[in-house]
Design a protein around this ligand. Sequence first.
Ligand SMILES: Nc1ncnc2c1ncn2[C@@H]1O[C@H](COP(=O)(O)OP(=O)(O)O)[C@@H](O)[C@H]1O
Ligand SMILES: [Mg+2]
Length: 398
Amino acid sequence: MIYEPREDSILLEKQVSKLAFGRVLDLGTGSGIQALAALGNHDAGEVIAVDIDDEAIIALNDLIKLRKLRKIKALRSNLFENADGKFNTIIFNPPYLPQDKNIEDKAIYGGKHGWELSEQFFNQVSQHLAADGRILFLFSSLTNRAKIEELINLNLLQFRLLGQQKFSFEELYVYEITKSDLLRRLEARQLEQIHYFAKGQRGMIYTAWLDQSKLVKTHFAAKKQIKAAIKIKRPDSKAQQSIEHEVHWLKIVNKQGLGPKLLFYEEDFLVYEFVEGLFILEWIKLQDRSSIILILKSILGQCLILDTLGINKEEMHHPLKHIIITKDNKPALIDFERTVETNKPKNVTQFIEFICRIEEELKAKGLKADKARLRELAKEYKDSGDQQIIKEAVNSFY
Ligand SMILES: Nc1ncnc2c1ncn2[C@@H]1O[C@H](COP(=O)(O)OP(=O)(O)O)[C@@H](O)[C@H]1O
Ligand SMILES: [Mg+2]
């Protein structure tokens, strides 16, 4: 269905005529009202108008022909699917109503809660937006406003209210959304396709692709992309200097071949290699006895190195989310943010405690850890510092 422009379109149109500039993308163009408004602005160049609905595009193309509009191009596209290149202005008036079970209409409903399509939009938009670009976004109080703002922030964007209008049963908002300073700095360092990945205790993790050939001058022009993880501080975390701290310890453990490799950092973020794999318990569930013994040995080996360095990684008795096993069966310890110097290192003893705690999971794989014996060996090691004892500990599985 193509709808006649309503109040919401008119509210957005006002801002579009004032603020559209450079190369413009009008997403979900419908009747084309926003694309035409953008055309009217002298600062606007080429305007690409897209819609998922064929009917809308056919009608708009007829209008373009009739009025001989040369600067505007209409094409069918599901969100950014067929929109190539970067844009200075992206206009989006998404279907934002929560789904009505009985009616199927892509022009009105934005998903179960109304914001699902906007979520997809915010996850993808950075790649299509120039560094100085702006998004003109319209939504309603019937969509969850707090959720929309959360999605904007999560994607390292920032917003400003440009206009609002109240009706009897809803309120409409027009936001101008731009890249945050942090996002611009990350992109300036050749990080591409930056996506939110996970929330940790104190940090937020994003993934990205890093084109290393642009960083290191080589004779080879070939693109060498590696997957990177970016850690930034959680806005709600009170931890002091957590980035600086983790950088410090990563440099030290990296020298020993431990931890994800640090690539670069600034005051408020660090970029390191993304470790593709499974958390230790998930991995154990899929493996056989002999591979598990090898991995446990290898992790204990890494813990021994940490002990030798006189540092505590902390939480090694509960490393569920901090040990990732890669596809080629290498264990990687992550999250060195809480690492401290110590003369009583306990990485090894904590990890042995963890082995005792996952007794059931190991038993299911035919690995029976003699807990009493393991704990005894851990204590002997703690008192004597004799690493040989630990090698024996792993052999005590039967
Ligand atoms: N280098 C990495 N490779 C893969 N996943 C990572 C990496 N760093 C962090 N993660 C993921 O992000 C989550 C949170 O990271 P973490 O370093 O524990 O942050 P925090 O310091 O906030 O606890 C981890 O549990 C893991 O799932
Ligand atoms: Mg953590």
